[in-house]
Unconditional design. Structure first.
Lengths: 307, 81
């Protein structure tokens, strides 16, 4: 895993050859080695430790969420191309026989499935907002959560840094505009310092989400104009196009409006989040420090293993 | 042209404000137009005037006021001639 130039496919092949990732036959869907998982666990502990000072409420969500929640969140307006909904067979015996017959004949049998009430979670914070709204008014000094979830995005790719199923850790702050701004600013600084302590090259940059279609170009331009999204980029699969490993997002009062998140005086809450792409960070560590974690720089090992 | 654009705003149900209360130069975002509403307006304008905004015009500024939108549509019409 030298640091010379190579393609993302080269990196993927090296990860397979070194037994760090395992092929499943689907691009963007991989098995992980015990060591890969240990790196992720250690990094998660580091994140939790850095955030502990703010005393967040920790919630772990499963990789599936309420489809109704996803619909109400507006996700389909922005990212219909990335969403996944869970379907299942709900027919009788006759339909079952038909399904098996179609499958045997190599026909598209999936039309015999019906949508369930589940969608795959696209980002760790989507299931949070209705949970918070159901609790009643948000206290004036705001709320802070630490979240974790496997997430799904339909973007098959041979770039190992673009998986279809991956884990995201997030801190989400709900409060006044000033409060959530200060939260985001503090994480812009803490996140960069954290990645630098792992001896990874990185840079912060203004960013936009991959909104769908021509309308999406406008949403992306709006997002950039208003400085709503920043990313911490680390070269993983490419030197020229570094990978966003952390993102820092200000949602304005979008989720406040959508979910009726309000203070006791009736004013709308703003929200912001910082997200950590766990597989991406682990890949960056293997890419820059090599396949053998025992040979990683002592300072990096100290940050991850000794603290 | 401004009146045709005003009519598109009046027909859009996603807007939380009454377009008749705004002048041609009032800021539509300040009045409460969301990013999603501005996308709907953009698509409606393209249909109404049978035109297509190039990517560099799909900005917050282009859709910030009725006057800005009218100016953008006029510019596209001039380019089409």
């Amino acid at each position: 895993m030298d640091t010379g130039t190579f393609t993302s496919k080269d990196l993927l092949d090296k990860l397979f050859d070194n037994g760090i990732l395992f092929e499943t036959g689907v691009d963007g869907l991989y098995g992980r080695s015990g060591m890969f998982e240990e790196v992720i666990e250690r990094f998660e502990r580091l994140v939790t430790r850095l955030g502990a000072v703010d005393k967040p409420t920790r919630i772990h969500f499963p990789p599936g969420m309420s489809r109704a929640t996803l619909e109400k969140s507006g996700y389909m307006k922005s990212f219909p191309q990335l969403a996944g909904c869970v379907h299942s067979f709900m027919g009788g015996e006759r339909d079952h026989a038909k399904l098996l017959g179609m499958m045997d004949a190599g026909q598209d049998w999936t039309e015999l499935q019906q949508p369930t009430e589940l969608a795959l979670t696209p980002a760790a914070c989507y299931p949070l907002y209705p949970t918070v709204a159901a609790r009643g008014p948000v206290p004036m000094d705001g709320l802070l959560f630490e979240l974790s979830s496997y997430c799904f995005r339909h973007e098959p790719s041979q770039d190992p840094a673009r998986m279809q199923l991956f884990r995201m850790r997030e801190f989400v702050c709900i409060g006044t505009a000033d409060h959530v701004h200060a939260f985001r600013q503090s994480w812009l600084e803490r996140g960069k310092a954290m990645v630098e302590s792992l001896e990874l090259p990185c840079e912060l940059d203004l960013a936009n989400d991959p909104f769908f279609g021509r309308g999406g170009k406008m949403l992306a331009n709006n997002q950039r104009d208003q400085g709503l999204k920043f990313e911490l980029l680390i070269p993983v699969s490419s030197q020229e196009k570094p990978t966003a490993c952390l993102s820092f997002n200000y949602h304005q009062d979008h989720f406040g409006q959508t979910w009726g998140l309000k203070f006791a005086d009736g004013s709308l809450c703003h929200s912001a989040c910082v997200g950590f792409g766990l597989e991406r960070v682990a890949l960056a560590l293997f890419r820059h420090h090599g396949p053998d974690v025992n040979a990683w720089p002592p300072a990096v090992r100290a940050v991850l293993w000794d603290a | 042209m401004i009146n045709r654009i005003r009519a598109l705003f009046a027909r859009n149900e996603a807007l939380s404000f009454n377009i008749e209360t705004l002048s041609d130069h009032d800021n539509l975002y300040d009045a409460g137009m969301t990013s999603f509403a501005s996308v709907q307006i953009m698509l409606a304008i393209e249909e109404e005037f049978d035109t297509e905004f190039p990517e560099e015009m799909l900005t917050r500024r282009t859709f910030a006021s009725l006057a800005n939108i009218a100016e953008a549509v006029s510019k596209l019409a001039r380019q089409a001639v």
